[in-house]
Design a protein around this ligand. Sequence first.
Ligand code: AMP
Ligand code: ZN
Length: 479
Amino acid sequence: MTPITLYNSLTRAAEIFEPADPANVRIYSCGPTVYHYAHIGNLRAYLFTDTLSRVLTWKGFGLTHVINITDVGHLTSDADAGDDKMEAAAKKSGQDIWAIAAHYTQAFKQNLKDLNVRDPSRFPLATDHIAEMIAFGEKIADTHCYRLPDGLYFDVSTVPDYGRLAGTRDDAPAEGRIETVEGKRHPADFAIWRTSAPGENRQMEWDSPWGRGAPGWHLECSVMSRQYLGDHFDIHTGGIDHREIHHPNEIAQNQAHACSADTGASIWMHNNFLVDRTGKMSKSSGEFLTLPALVARGFHPLAYRLMCLQAQYRSELEFSWENLAAAQTRLKRLVQSVAALRARGEAKAGGKGAADASPYRERLDAAVSDDLNTPRALPVLDELLADKKVSPQDRLAALEDFDAVLGLNLLTLAREDLRVRPDSAGIDEAQIAARLAERREARAAKDFARSDAIRDTLAALGVEVMDGDPIGWDWKVTA
Ligand code: AMP
Ligand code: ZN
C-alpha cells in the first residue's frame, strides 16, 4: 500500500500521515449538538470521518475513534453570547431538556446507521464529563483565565500563536464574533464556564468554583479528547466552520493545560460545507433537509452517501434534487452491474480471466491515499465492473475492497432496496407487483388496451412503468 497523504489545516499543506502508533491511530471528531435533527450537511461531516476511518482501517491501521455528543454548552452565537442551544430548544418546545437530548442523539445514530457509517469506538456525552471539565478549568484558571460577572473567561493572549489554525492574526476577530460579551479583554476570549444569571431558569446547571452554571462549549472537546485519546493524539476533525473559532479555542485550552505549544493533535482536518442555492445549510435557520426527508422523497440513504463521495471532502458540495437523483441512478447502475456480474460468475464458476484485478486495487489505493480522493476512486470502480478481461469472480472479490473503503454495500444491496417509495405515492410495492403481473398477462394475451389501461392507472398513482428500460428497472416511482 502507498503512504497516505492528508491535508492538515494547521500547516495548510498535505502531509504524509505517520502516526505514533500505527496499531492505534487516535481520532477525535466534533460531534453534533443534539437540540434538533442533524441536517444532511452535518451528516456530510460524518460521511467524511467515516471515509477517513474506513480508508485507514483498509490500509491496515488500528483505530480508536471518538465522536462526542454535545448536549450542553453550545450557544446560539459562537461568541459566547445568546442562549445555550439546548436550553433554547427546551424552552421553545416546553419539553424536558434531557428527553430532547436523548431523542436527537438517537435520531443521529440512526442516520449514521442508515448511511452505513461505522460506529466509532465511543460516543461520549458532554454532560457525563462535567467534573472533568471543572478539574480542567481549575488547572488553567489562575494562569490563563479571568473572571467576569457571568463566568470564567480564557485569555487568548496567554498562549502562543492563537488563531494560527484559523489563519487569522490574534488581533483580527474572525467572522461571526460580532456579538460579544462586555468586559472581555480581547474579542477572541471565550467562556470556560458560564455562571447562571440570577433568576435564570436553566434545566442543566452544576455547581463549580465559579458559581452554579454550565461549561463553555469548547471545553468539552479538550476534556473528552484528552480523556479518551491522551494529551497528544493523531487526528482531530470537524466542519470547516470549526477552523475559525471552536478548534482554535480547543487548541488554546490544550496548550494552557499542557503548558506547552502542543496543539493536542498532529493533524487538524476539516470538511467543507454542503450548500444549497440559498447558501450553507444550517440547523439554526430552521430550514434544512434531514435524511428521513430525502427518503420520504423516494431516495435511498446510500444515494446521498454516493453523492457525497462524488466530491472530495475539502470541496464545497452543492445539494440539489437533480444531483441526488443522478447519484441514485448511478447507484442503481452499479447495483445492476453487480447483479449481472454475479449471474455471469455463477454461470461459469471457476473460470480464469486473462487479467487479474490487482491494478484496480492499486488505483483505489492511490486515489484514496491522496487525501481521500473518493471522486477519483469511483471511475476506477466503474472500469473494474466493466473489465471483461478480469473474471467475474475476481471482479467480485475486488469489489469487497471498494465496499470496505466506500461503504456503498454494493455486494449486499439489491435493486429492490433502491426502489424507495415516496411518502406521497398512493400505492405500495405489493399492489404495484400485482398490477404489473396483471399487465404482463394482458400483454401475453395481446390485450394491449387493458395493458395500457393498467399502465395509465399506475401512472396516476405515481408509478412509471419502464418497458425496455436500459438499466432494467421495470418501474419507478415518480411522485
Ligand atoms: P453541529 O451539530 O452544529 O455542532 O455540527 C455538527 C458538524 O457538522 C460539525 O462538524 C459542523 O462543522 C458540521 N457542519 C455544519 N454545517 C455543515 C454543512 N452545511 N456542511 C457540512 N458540514 C457541516
Ligand atoms: Zn468539538
